[in-house]
Design a protein around this ligand. Structure first.
Ligand code: SAH
Length: 232
């Protein structure tokens, strides 16, 4: 057997397992969208489509890729977590993201929620307080081809005043109260979702709507998020 044939035979031998290993993720993702998200009432087509295409397994630590499509949050290091897929979908649908929107996220973590938003809206700004997570999220999003997400390492309490106002704000860490700078940076007609409450007790997901200068807050569901930290 000449070298060319040997190469072809060896390639064929090794191809199927590799193709299978990678090929399992889209069908797991599809099943996740159906059973964990659509069947639980998420209807927004843009949200469902975004979750269908973003490779969640690339946002979790390598030893957890096999669990990426399970119905739960997962650790991402530094005591932080990537939220449960349903919660990501729920929060995304709640802020009603639209094509031309500019959205702010506080708590970039793995960058997964930012990627979901970036599939739908024009520009995403996301802030992460843990430098290592922020740098990793920036690199990951860049490698995956997202050119409409900017990651800043900072305390998100102050928001991103240079880019304000935002059509929507998503906060993915639980604060004791809603940071006033974030309310100020919400556009008139804009929507913000934020978990509010003490880190070790039940927190409540709140919807904040700004309408002609009036701010209306609505309590939605009990949730559990990692604490909103303060400081550099
Ligand atoms: N949205 C993330 C989930 C991250 S968990 C994802 O899709 O993976 C919440 C994140 O908020 C953590 O990474 C935590 O470090 C970060 N965080 C906590 N307090 C913060 C603050 N004041 N400013 C910015 N990020 C903060």
């Amino acid at each position: 057997m000449n070298k060319k044939w040997l190469f072809i035979c060896v390639s064929i031998l090794f191809l199927p397992p590799l193709a299978l290993a990678d090929g399992a993720y889209p069908s797991r993702r599809e099943a996740m969208v159906r059973t964990q998200i659509a069947e639980r009432g998420i209807k927004d087509m843009a949200t469902l489509e975004a979750i269908r295409v973003v490779p969640r397994h690339l946002f979790v630590p390598p030893h957890l890729t096999g669990s990426a499509y399970e119905d739960r949050p997962l650790p991402i290091g530094y005591g932080q977590t990537i939220s449960q897929p349903y919660i990501v979908a729920y929060m995304t649908e709640l802020v009603r993201p639209r094509t031309g929107h500019k959205v702010l996220e506080i708590g970039a973590g793995s960058g997964y929620q930012a990627a979901i938003l970036a599939q739908i809206v024009k520009q995403v700004y996301t802030i992460e307080i843990v430098p290592e997570l922020g740098h990793d999220a920036r690199e990951r999003l860049h490698k995956l081809g997202y050119r409409n997400v900017l990651v800043r390492v900072a305390d998100g309490y102050d928001g991103w005043p240079e880019q304000a106002p935002f059509d929507a704000i998503i906060v993915t860490a639980a604060a004791d109260y809603i940071p006033p700078p974030l309310i100020r940076q919400l556009k008139d007609g804009g929507r913000m979702v934020i978990p509010v409450g003490s880190p070790f007790l039940v927190q409540t997901l709140m919807l904040v709507e700004k309408d002609k200068g009036n701010v209306k807050t609505t309590s939605l569901v009990p949730v559990r998020f990692v604490p909103f930290r303060r400081g550099p």
